[in-house]
Design a protein around this ligand. Structure first.
Ligand code: GBH
Length: 471
């Protein structure tokens, strides 16, 4: 198989194939070598907060097993590894004194990745806020924009000679919507919209200030975000009105009384990229944005190199005669669902790529995509996860469709490299290409990791060899 992008069925030559993880979900070593606690370390000790009372204390023990795990990545032929940095490993108190052992951990990790030919993609914030900062108000406190910028500066200064690809935030929709509004994620707050929009704004400001620092410190940096997504998928894709309804559902904020307000895709990228809040903010909280200095928006809106998004499933929509112009179709009886209960919607990857590129005009990365499936080690000692292979074949085929139509795609990261701590779901869900036995911490690469390795080495051409008509 050739590795050339010139073939119609391959991805672009420069396309990057990787897998993603996050510090709190894999590292463990929660109180080792000077690390301070994060809001998730605290939250998972609260009764009833996390399924089974599972904790972040050991997780996959990546903190000790990273060398062996990098060897598995190399065997899989991974070109890139997306990991996140634990803020409280670097600053146990969130600000002030640096914990050198924390920086050393990530520095060695990066060296080992590069020695194995794997490009590091660093996420600065994947939800594990230092608990010390939560005690000062966390994302409600405007000072957090500076705390975050200082943290970004410290990490970029240490790793920036080797790490070029930076993601400021992973899914503000979720860590604010679920953490500060709905209360099912750490720190478990249920704030009203008037307070919530301070957290929205503070994340945006923190992003802007951190981006400016990274760009000034790291030579040839590539900086962007990874947003969560609520994607509208046209019920009838041959009908242009359905397509426009789906576009509206994807791009325009919907206002509701609860945390669903924060699932919208626009609250963060609109200010970051367009330099303005969606008009729904003024409509629903009149005068809210006027309380901030006008210079905030200039700080928030920094040049970005890519638009990254995570996609698992979407909402099937059709046009409707209501204010927003669309409505969601009800679930279909017996439709395919993954272990966590999410439906299977491959074409959302195509539509999301088109809608986001039309709107933001930046090269796209999928920073997360995958499924939790019913995986266990069988009597032969193998994990035969055929459903993961089928799921990914369908999703990647739709992603390729966007490339074939000229949408610039920069890369794809599978969620996740290995089974890990699935937040409030504890260890029940298995999203990995590699199986983890949490008793022994033994790793078993699943069948899908061999398959993914072939996808990577053929730059995606393997996908078109599938015998089924995929939709
Ligand atoms: C991600 O969250 C996290 O970044 C990651 O840490 C986590 O382990 C992984 O996914 C798996 O859960 O179409 O309106 O119904 C994903 C959270 C789930 C948010 C799907 C958006 C669909 C919204 N996302 N959800 S909607």
């Amino acid at each position: 198989m050739s590795n050339s992008g010139s073939s119609a069925s391959a991805f672009p030559d420069s396309f990057v194939w990787g897998a993603a993880t996050a510090s709190a979900q894999i590292e463990g070593g929660w109180d080792e070598d000077g690390r301070g606690p994060s809001i998730w370390d605290v939250f998972c000790r609260r009764e009833g907060a996390v399924l089974n009372g599972d904790t972040t204390s050991v997780a996959c023990d990546f903190y000790h097993r990273w060398k062996d795990d990098i060897a598995l990545m190399r065997d899989m032929g991974l070109q890139a590894f997306r990991f996140s940095i634990s803020w409280s490993r670097i600053f146990p108190d969130g600000t002030g004194k640096i914990n050198q052992a924390g920086l050393d951990f990530y520095s060695q990790l990066v060296d080992e990745l590069l020695a194995n030919g794997i490009r590091p993609y660093a996420t600065l914030y994947h939800w594990d806020l230092p608990q010390a900062l939560q005690l000062k108000g966390g994302w409600l406190n405007r000072e957090i924009a500076d705390w975050f910028a200082d943290y970004a500066e410290t990490v970029a200064t240490c790793l920036g000679d080797r790490v070029k690809d930076w993601i400021t935030f992973n899914e503000p929709q979720i860590f604010l919507g679920f953490g500060y509004s709905d209360g099912t994620h750490a720190p478990g707050l249920t704030l009203p919209h008037e307070e919530m929009f301070h957290t929205v704004h503070n994340v945006n400001l923190a992003h802007g200030r951190a981006t400016k620092k990274i760009r000034s410190i790291v030579e040839n940096s590539q900086v962007g975000i990874a947003i969560a997504t609520k994607i509208g998928i046209p019920a009838d894709e041959n009908n242009p009105e359905h397509v426009e309804a789906a576009r509206k559902a994807t791009i325009h904020p919907e206002w509701s009384e609860d945390h669903n307000t924060y699932l919208n895709n626009a609250w963060w990228p609109d200010p970051m990229i367009h330099g303005r809040y969606p008009k729904e903010l003024e409509k629903n909280l009149p005068g809210f944005a006027d309380q901030f200095p006008a210079s905030d928006m200039e700080e928030i809106c920094q040049p970005l190199d890519f638009f990254g998004y995570n996609y698992y499933f979407g909402v099937i929509v059709e046009p409707a005669d209501n204010e927003k112009g669309w409505q969601a179709l009800p679930d279909q009886p017996g439709e395919p669902r993954t272990m966590i209960g999410w439906p299977v919607h491959p074409s959302g990857l195509y539509w999301a790529s088109r809608f986001f590129y039309d709107e933001y005009q930046l090269p796209l990365y999928i920073f997360e995509n995958g499924l939790s499936s019913m995986d266990w080690v069988d009597t032969a000692g193998e994990v035969k996860d055929h459903q993961r292979i089928d799921f990914l074949t369908r999703y990647l085929t739709q992603y390729h469709r966007a490339h074939a139509e000229g949408v610039p795609l920069a890369g794809y990261f599978h969620w996740s490299l290995m089974d890990n701590f699935e937040w409030a779901q504890g260890y029940r869900e298995r999203f990995g290409l590699i199986h983890v036995d949490y008793k022994t911490l033994k790793r078993t690469p699943k069948l899908s990791s061999q398959w993914y390795s072939d996808v990577i080495s053929s730059n995606g051409e393997l996908l078109s060899a599938s015998r089924h008509e995929l939709k």
